[in-house]
Design a protein around this ligand. Structure first.
Ligand SMILES: N[C@@H](CCC(=O)N[C@@H](CS)C(=O)NCC(=O)O)C(=O)O
Length: 231
């Protein structure tokens, strides 16, 4: 592989968080687009990189790293000057970072998938509205914790931005883009607006726009399926 890290990604997915991290570091890296609509996440080339068929996957000189939490932790440790995560001064601080990483990847992300892609969770099409409604309830409960926190401090971990803020911004982007009711979450709205202005976030979006152009040119631009109202 190339001496530079290579990020396998798809636009609008959680790979945006890893893209943002790489942009924040500011060292050269390469990207490889995985075209979901063409089934490339189940294709031989990508499965050789990540047999689980999921983005993000980061090829590095130390091997392939998968799982956003692992990629972000690896990048934070390799590039401490980038300030992706606070340095683990003590066990309590370090535990807090893991709590928030797992909150994003284990609590929130599965709810995001169920809310946004509810039609893909069950084989019965008429289950989708109920799956979406339950996921929306779960998201509201989980996000209330963060709404309270972000009413009192600007970023997930306190006064300083961390890559966890990019993770939360991606979650917010996905669910609000799919119609999540935002009105009870003004602090999260403000957080998203501020996090999105960061140059690394803007640069990540430029990678995605380029990828969307490529997908359009190949006739593979993703159109989200319509979602019905819950019973
Ligand atoms: N726990 C994984 C989740 C990765 C994940 O589910 N990625 C989605 C895109 S947001 C994906 O590649 N889905 C394709 C699939 O599951 O087939 C992580 O945090 O990296």
């Amino acid at each position: 592989m190339s001496a530079r890290p290579v990020l396998w990604f798809a636009p609008q997915t959680c790979a945006r968080v890893a893209l943002t991290a790489l942009e924040e570091i500011g060292e050269p890296f390469e990207t490889r687009l995985v075209a979901f609509m063409a089934g490339e996440h189940r294709g031989e080339e990508f499965l050789a990189v990540n047999p689980a068929g999921k983005v993000p996957a980061l090829e590095t000189a130390h091997g392939v790293i998968v799982q956003n939490g692992a990629i972000l932790t690896f990048l934070a440790q390799r590039h401490p000057q980038a300030g992706l995560l606070p340095r683990p001064e003590d066990a309590a601080r370090s535990t807090q970072v893991f709590e928030e990483l797992f909150r994003c990847s284990s609590d929130l992300h599965p709810l995001v998938t169920r809310f946004v892609m509810s039609g893909m969770i069950s084989t019965r099409a008429d289950d989708a509205p109920r799956i979406r409604a339950k996921a929306g309830e779960g998201l509201a409960i989980q996000l209330t914790v963060l709404e309270q926190r972000l009413s009192a401090q600007p970023w997930m971990l306190g006064e300083d931005w961390s890559i966890l803020d990019a993770y939360l911004a991606w979650i917010w982007f996905r669910i609000t883009g799919a119609g999540f009711e935002q009105t009870k979450f003004p602090a999260l709205q403000q957080h998203y607006a501020t996090a999105s202005q960061r140059p690394s976030a803007q640069a990540a979006l430029r990678h995605e726009e380029k990828a969307q152009d490529e997908l359009r040119a190949r006739g593979l631009h993703f159109q989200p399926p319509p979602v019905g109202k819950p019973d």
